[in-house]
Design a protein. Structure first.
Length: 252
C-alpha cells in the first residue's frame, strides 16, 4: 500500500515568528495523521521550522533547489545546503517558477537530478494552463513535462520522487478541477510513467493533486483512485484548515 502524502506549499509567506506560531499550532493537530505530512517553507524559515517540528511526524520541505552543487549562482541554494538544515523534500518546477522565473522542462530535469544526487526527495510539479486546457492540450502538456522532468532518471530513484499534478488555472483561484478530471489527468501522467518505467514502478509512485484543495474538497479528492495526496497552497497557511486536509475522511 502506498502511503498518501500531503504537503503544504507556503510560497513567499511567513517570517520566522509566523512560522513558529503556525507550526506550534499544527503539530498536535496532525499527530495522528495516516498520511505523510510535509511543509515546504521559505528558505529563511527552514531553521525555525526544523526546531518547531522536532519530534513530530511533520517533515520539512523547501520550494526550490539549484542544479549545481556549488558555484557562481548568486541568489541560489544547493541541495547540500538544504540537507545540512535537515530538509527532506523539495518542490521542483512549480508553475509559479515556470511562469515567473523561466523554469523549463530542461531546468526542472537538472534540478531533479541535483536533488536526488544531494539526498533530497523531489516533488515534481506539472500541469496545464487554462489556454492549454481549453484547446484540448492537457494530456500533451503533462506528458511532455513528465518526459522532460524524468529524462535520464533511473528507475531505482523513483521511490524518492513524488509528482504533483497542478492545473495552473486552479492554483490560488478557488477553482478546483473536479475530482474526476483530476483523477483522469493523473491517470494520463501515470500512463506516461508506465511507458518510461513499467507498470509496477509507475503504480507505486505517489501522485498528488494540487490547486485550491482545501478543507471542504479534500475528502472527495483523496477518495479518487489515482490521487495519492495533495499539494496545498493557500489552505496550508492556517493550521486548522491544513490539519483538516491532512486528516481527510475516507469516502467509500
Ligand atoms: C500551490 O501553490 O501549489 C497550490 C496548490 O496553491 P493553492 O492551493 O493556493 O491553489
Amino acid at each position: 500500500m502506498k502511503r498518501p502524502i500531503i504537503a503544504g506549499n507556503w510560497k513567499m509567506n511567513n517570517t520566522n515568528a509566523g512560522t513558529k506560531a503556525l507550526l506550534t499550532e499544527l503539530v498536535p493537530l496532525v499527530k495522528d495523521a495516516k498520511c505523510e505530512v510535509v511543509v515546504c517553507v521559505p528558505f529563511t524559515d527552514i531553521d525555525t521550522a526544523r526546531k518547531a517540528i522536532r519530534g513530530s511526524n511533520i517533515k520539512l520541505g523547501a520550494q526550490n533547489v539549484h542544479w549545481a552543487p556549488k558555484g557562481a549562482f548568486t541568489g541560489e541554494i544547493s541541495a547540500e545546503m538544504l540537507r545540512e538544515l535537515k530538509v527532506e523534500y523539495v518542490l521542483i518546477g512549480h508553475s509559479e517558477r515556470r511562469q515567473y522565473f523561466g523554469e523549463t522542462d530542461e531546468s526542472v530535469n537538472a534540478r531533479v537530478k541535483a536533488a536526488i544526487d544531494g539526498g533530497l526527495k523531489p516533488i515534481i510539479c506539472v500541469g496545464e494552463t487554462l489556454e492549454e486546457r481549453e484547446s484540448g492540450k492537457t494530456a500533451e502538456v503533462v506528458i511532455r513535462q513528465i518526459n522532460g522532468a524524468f529524462k535520464d532518471i533511473e528507475k531505482y530513484d523513483l521511490k524518492k520522487i513524488v509528482v504533483a499534478y497542478e492545473p495552473v488555472w486552479a492554483i490560488g483561484t478557488g477553482k478546483t478541477a473536479t475530482a474526476q478530471d483530476a483523477n483522469d489527468t493523473i491517470a494520463v501522467i501515470r500512463k506516461a510513467l508506465r511507458k518510461l518505467y513499467g507498470k509496477t514502478a509507475a503504480n507505486a509512485m505517489r501522485i498528488q493533486y494540487g490547486g485550491s484543495m482545501n478543507a471542504k474538497n479534500a475528502d472527495e479528492l483523496m477518495s479518487m483512485k489515482e490521487i495519492d495526496g495533495g499539494l496545498i497552497g493557500g489552505a496550508s497557511l492556517k493550521a486548522a484548515d491544513f490539519a483538516r486536509v491532512v486528516n481527510y475522511q475516507e469516502i467509500q
